[in-house]
Design a protein around this ligand. Structure first.
Ligand SMILES: *[C@@H]1O[C@H](CO)[C@@H](O)[C@H](O)[C@H]1NC(C)=O
Length: 162
């Protein structure tokens, strides 16, 4: 019985590779609802070069509009001012509805929502994980505290390396 309960606590995610066809006008089209204050970069390549130039870690969010787990995480992500401010000031930020086409960003597969960090030496920080053993880079709305602590991890290790 206990084993069933544990299995049921696994994270809800959506399978990858779905087609995305959507265009809506928003105050900041690059934010796609993840925070209009954040200076989102347009492409993964731009994110990488900005991470190098600024020496800030890059945070890569893969999500889908048609995925309810992505939507729920997005809601919690924009609602938290601490997280929003950190993202704005201390990270290069990108959110993607299409895969970035870097398999290093999918250490345990293609699914959404999925969040990975890339440090300014352009190493994907596969060691920074959420709390789900079946999907290491998935976060649920109740994981905002963990996400903030992982953002701090992404920063602290950078400073240690320098
Ligand atoms: C953001 O989330 C953290 C962790 O759950 C919480 O401690 C903090 O109060 C939240 N901040 C805001 C402004 O919502």
């Amino acid at each position: 019985m206990l084993r069933w309960v544990i299995l049921l606590t696994f994270i809800g995610i959506c399978a990858g590779a779905a087609e995305q066809k959507r265009k809506t006008v928003k105050p900041n089209p690059l934010s796609k609802g993840w925070g209009d204050e954040i200076n989102w970069v347009q492409s993964y390549g731009e994110g990488l070069s900005k991470a190098v130039r600024s020496q800030k870690p890059l945070m890569v969010i893969h999500h889908k509009d048609e995925c309810p787990y992505s939507q729920a995480l997005k809601k919690a992500f924009v609602a938290n001012d601490t997280l929003q401010k950190m993202a704005k000031d201390e990270f290069i930020m990108i959110n993607l509805v299409e895969e970035a086409m870097d398999k290093n960003l999918a250490p345990d597969g293609y699914y959404v929502p999925r969040i990975l960090f890339v440090d300014p030496s352009l190493t994907v920080r596969a060691d920074i994980t959420g709390r789900y053993s079946n999907r290491h880079y998935a976060y649920a709305p109740e994981d905002i505290a963990l996400l903030i602590s992982n953002m701090n991890k992404a920063k602290v290790l950078l400073h240690n390396e320098l």
